[in-house]
Design a protein around this ligand. Structure first.
Ligand code: SAH
Ligand code: SF4
Length: 429
């Protein structure tokens, strides 16, 4: 159950080209959580406590249902499982989600949780990540983190300035979805009784989203974006395993079409994401020329724009109804000219695409500014007139500093002034 180390390129890191700090190790607690295990891993866990092979499949189904449909937080809740087995499970495992150390709710309903994860050494600074929930009229989007910090150092991104980096485990990734559902009262209730906590949410999205047989009904968390801290394709196996659990139709049942993975362009793993996960893809493009993209997204030196777009063209299942989202952060006088807008449209020709313009969220010490609003609108219009949907991400959760995509955990000890400067936005389509 130890997280695999990320596929970092040591030579590039040593040369100071693309990546910075090495990864910290995840050290599992003495009593590990069953959250995030695949069915096969769950069966292994049952075998380890002596459940006979002939019973395992049925027991896995039961536990899966209690965990991922009913949201059980303790083994004692699993009333269809025998008392003996519940006790045996309790002696060796937990159903723990990441520990919530702070919760903030914005006036617009956006919620942000600061999560504490175990570190490598006893007594060291805890690892922290953030997870943001954004309710809208027709959906509720959860912005999920894949790493503590990020080994990449995009020059406009605050997460990239964080020193500490660790891969999250599949359990810690699934755990973010679990705790959001816990906190929002968003689990399936067989009794049909309304959940009190759910009724406190300011603007719940309405349409049904749980498409699987087990997870059916209306859901507050209907969409997932892997756009929190970290580069998900540098923690590929854990992200893949977690998303397969989240998409499982007999459990959490969020359809792969409602799961979007955002990458800065880890080309070899884009094909793997298509083949092994099958979720929607978002690509952080941000520039139309290699010289500028090298500066904004240093990973571009390893995987330049042409290679990145080739990988996008080959992404499986693309159609007008299933397009790649290209993210483009609006940086004043850097990448926001109308010539850039025209070049962008030309570059993406032939790829079923949406272009998502993101107003830059400033942070302390950054050398960039957000483009003027007029310029963002003109840019958007140019892209729109060329036939692309070009939504500008709406600011959300400003009052709680919820800034999906530029999150930096409190363990970096921000000053009050910095925190104020970080007042920013969570982003969604
Ligand atoms: N590492 C992945 C996913 C997390 S970042 C990636 O880079 O795609 C999610 C999105 O937020 C990315 O498009 C990223 O470029 C963008 N982002 C990062 N910092 C930002 C900032 N300060 N303002 C606006 N968008 C930012
Ligand atoms: Fe990492 Fe994404 Fe930030 Fe780049 S934009 S530093 S890849 S989190």
């Amino acid at each position: 159950m130890t997280a695999p180390l990320a596929t970092t390129d040591i030579s590039a890191a040593a040369a100071g080209l693309v990546e910075k700090t090495p990864l910290e190790r995840y050290v599992p607690p003495a009593k590990p959580s069953l959250v995030g295990l695949s069915r096969a891993e769950l069966a292994e866990a049952l075998a380890s406590i002596g459940v006979p092979a002939a019973q395992r499949k049925m027991r896995v189904q039961q536990i899966w249902h209690w965990l991922y449909v009913r949201g059980a937080e303790s083994f004692s809740a699993m009333t269809s499982v025998s008392k003996e087995l519940r006790a045996a499970l309790d002696a060796r495992f937990t159903l723990a989600r990441p520990e919530v150390v702070a919760e903030q709710t914005s006036v617009d309903g956006t919620r942000k949780w600061l999560l504490r994860l175990p570190g490598e050494h006893a007594g060291e600074r805890p690892h922290e990540v953030e997870c943001v929930y954004i309710p809208e009229a027709d959906r509720g989007t959860l912005c999920v983190s894949s790493q503590v910090g990020c080994t990449l150092a995009c020059s406009f991104c605050h997460t990239g300035t964080q020193r500490l980096v660790r891969n999250l485990t599949a359990g810690e990734i699934v755990g973010q979805v679990m705790l959001a559902r816990d906190r929002l009262g968003d689990w399936h209730r067989k009794s049909g009784l309304p959940d009190l906590r759910a009724s406190e949410i300011p603007s719940p999205p309405s349409p049904a989203s749980g498409e699987g047989k087990g997870g059916g009904g209306e859901r507050l968390v209907s969409n997932i974006v892997m756009m929190g801290m970290g580069e998900p394709l540098y923690n590929f196996e854990a992200v893949r395993d977690a998303l397969l659990v989240v998409a499982d139709g007999e459990g959490i049942a969020i359809s792969k079409r409602r799961i979007t993975l955002s990458t800065s362009g880890v080309v070899p793993n884009i094909a793997r994401a298509g083949a092994e996960i099958g979720c929607m893809l978002a690509v952080s493009l941000h520039a139309v020329r290699d010289d500028l993209r090298n500066e904004l997204v240093p990973l571009n030196r390893k995987y330049p724009i042409a290679e990145l777009l080739d990988a996008c063209r080959r992404y499986p299942g693309l159609s007008n109804a299933r397009r790649i989202t290209f993210e483009y952060v609006m940086l004043k006088d850097v990448n926001d000219s109308l010539a850039d807008a025209k070049a962008l449209v030309k570059l993406l020709k032939g790829i079923p695409a949406k272009i998502n313009l993101i107003p830059f969220n400033p942070w302390p010490g950054t050398r960039y500014e957000c483009s003027d609003w007029d310029r963002i609108e003109q840019f958007s219009e140019t892209v729109f007139n060329a036939g692309y949907a070009s939504p500008v991400r709406t600011p959300r959760g400003r009052d709680i500093l919820a800034a999906c995509g530029q999150l930096k955990s409190a363990s970096e000890k921000l000053t009050a002034r910095e925190r104020l400067a970080l007042r920013a936005m969570a982003m969604t389509d």
